[in-house]
Design a protein around this ligand. Structure first.
Ligand code: SF4
Length: 322
């Protein structure tokens, strides 16, 4: 079983940590609550940090003269510069951060679907596709890390992708600059990487092989860049089927015809999006244990993040399974 280092995650403080929203409320998030046992959270409330009280007038994003500003919704006081300065300074001081969970749709913390207004008062939003000022600064500086909002994390697929990226990156950052550790890291992540991006997996393999005899620090630098690229896109059903068939190949001589037929039947059900991936990986994992397949036993593909965080509850919102 894998041992998982604790990631450092910046979280919007109003999600489970403090009643600091404009109306003095707090946001409930079962996933953030549960993650507290597995993650070192750094809670921050940018609006309180720039001096706004609790409770306070709500702020909103307003488009004026082709510029997006963060304004008090009742008297137009402009907080844009204060919020931008706070965001830049705060993010500059954060070291060894592994990810972010930010409040959805907030004009400060939101990373997408934030409403943009033509002015203050009772007016209709002109768009709901903006980013909050702090959220935008996070994406600018740390967009290669896992960054999600608590709303999207209620979706099973998005949550699994977020946790997979979070724990894989954290594991990598805990390696010492040692080639043997990198070789081991690459080997145990082979099938996980294959499920995300087969071409980049090959490139990562070439970097680890280091035929050009580069310095260890340069190899680590290059590997880190590829690692980020591997997780640029989410894993697809077709790539997972490819990985599942690769792994099935290890047992082709040991399984009965009926066992293989059953697995392939389940594979089709997965292809048709009628069952989650975990059904297939659980079957394969039972064979890995039964046949004591040592190489596969260490594969993170079966458990890319702590088992306790694997829930199949799904809001159905924001589904992007491909
Ligand atoms: S969304 Fe961000 S700025 Fe607003 S209350 Fe929550 S933590 Fe504070």
């Amino acid at each position: 079983m894998n041992k998982f280092p604790r990631p450092k995650v910046v979280v919007s403080k109003c999600i489970e940590f403090a009643s600091c929203r404009y109306n003095g409320s707090k946001i409930a998030s079962p996933i953030v609550l549960q993650l507290q046992n597995y993650v070192d959270f750094i809670p921050v409330c940018p609006e309180v940090e720039i001096g706004l009280g609790i409770p306070r007038e709500a702020v909103r994003l307003v488009m004026t003269n082709s510029e997006i500003k963060l304004l008090n919704s009742s008297d137009s006081e402009n907080y844009s510069t204060a919020m931008q300065d706070f965001s830049d300074n705060f993010l500059k001081t954060q070291k060894k951060i592994n990810g972010f969970i930010l409040k959805s749709r907030s004009p400060s913390c939101g990373i997408k679907e934030v409403k943009l207004y033509p002015g203050i008062g009772r007016v209709q939003a002109i768009s709901s596709k903006s980013k909050g000022i702090f959220g935008n600064a996070v994406l600018d500086k740390f967009g290669y890390l896992p960054v999600e909002d608590e709303g999207r994390l209620t979706n099973l697929h998005l949550r699994e992708q977020f946790l997979t990226k979070l724990y894989t990156f954290t594991d990598f950052e805990h390696l010492t600059e040692n080639m043997a550790e990198l070789v081991n890291f690459h080997a145990k992540n082979k099938y996980l990487f294959m499920s995300y991006n087969q071409a980049k997996l090959k490139l990562a393999g070439k970097i680890v092989a280091n035929h050009d005899k580069l310095s260890t620090s340069l190899v680590f630098y290059q590997y880190r860049q590829i690692l980020y690229q591997i997780f640029n896109n989410s894993s697809r059903i077709s790539s997972n089927i490819n990985v599942l068939l690769h792994i099935l190949g290890y047992f082709s001589k040991q399984l009965s015809g009926k066992e293989k037929a059953y697995f392939l039947d389940q594979l089709e059900t997965y292809r048709n999006k009628q069952i989650p991936l975990v059904v297939l990986t659980a079957i394969l994992q039972s064979w890995v244990l039964r046949f004591d397949q040592k190489y596969l036993l260490q594969q993170t593909y079966f458990e890319p993040f702590p088992r306790e965080l694997m829930h199949i509850t799904d809001s159905g919102k924001g589904r992007i399974i491909k």
